[in-house]
Design a protein around this ligand. Structure first.
Ligand SMILES: [Zn+2]
Length: 237
């Protein structure tokens, strides 16, 4: 409704998409930039009985740069049959926002489960590809992208060294600065190792992310027979 405020444009879009899906109406975007966002009913161009619903939102300088719905003119007069196969606004971006709480709880949320969630809530069947794409976008919102994570890995390791000064790490890159390998051992692990049994177990596991690789581990045993992680490395497969 008019006067509603949102911290970010994405929040406004998510609310509007959800509202449109639940009310079984669709819209098209007429203007969208950093300052304003205007949509009209998808049935506005109908020659026989156009629906003249329209909504305008913009950044409010007076309210410190938040997004505000400044006008919502008229009611939807379009009579759309109940859509069960798709909805213009039920795109992968909307779904990614919708599943954010689930993704935060368990990252391995399956596309099939996403399809089930959308069908249970909105009675809309989305394709496997769309669910998969929504999952990728949600993971990116929560954890950042794979590319960005690899690109900033030295900053991340420096931050760890800053908080645990005894930590050691080494990143190996190719000539064109492409990530190849990472070795690291946390300061407290190095310190505690002298109190462990003099046995070191080496193991590895495959990484299942976008960029494959292998995680190597060196693990000891403490006096209680508990596993004691000493050092880790990420290497190529
Ligand atoms: Zn309408």
């Amino acid at each position: 409704m008019e006067g509603m405020c949102f911290t970010k444009k994405e929040d406004l879009q998510f609310a509007l998409q959800g509202w449109s899906i639940i009310n079984n109406v669709e819209y098209v975007i007429v203007a969208s930039n950093r300052q304003k966002f205007t949509v009209v009913c998808a049935q506005s161009g109908r020659s026989d009985r156009p629906c003249i619903w329209r909504l305008h939102a913009g950044v409010s300088k007076r309210l410190g740069g938040i997004w505000k719905i400044s006008s919502m003119k008229n009611q939807h007069t379009c009579a759309t049959p109940i859509l069960t196969t798709g909805h213009r606004q039920c795109n992968s971006q909307f779904i990614s926002y919708f599943i954010l709480p689930s993704i935060r709880r368990h990252m391995d949320l399956k596309p099939r489960e996403i399809i089930g969630q959308i069908e249970a809530k909105f009675n809309i069947k989305v394709s496997y590809m769309k669910a998969w794409d929504a999952r990728r976008k949600a993971v990116k919102i929560v954890f950042g992208s794979w590319e960005e994570s690899y690109r900033t890995i030295n900053l991340f390791m420096d931050a760890i060294v800053f908080s645990m000064p005894e930590t050691v790490y080494k990143i190996q890159t190719s000539e064109n600065h492409r990530f190849e390998r990472l070795f690291f051992s946390f300061g407290p692990s190095i310190k505690g190792w002298s109190y462990c049994r003099p046995v070191l177990c080496l193991d590895c596991t495959f990484l299942l992310g976008k960029y494959r690789g292998t995680l190597l581990t060196a693990v000891g045993f403490d006096a209680n027979n508990g596993l004691y992680p000493l050092a880790l490395a990420i290497v190529e497969s």
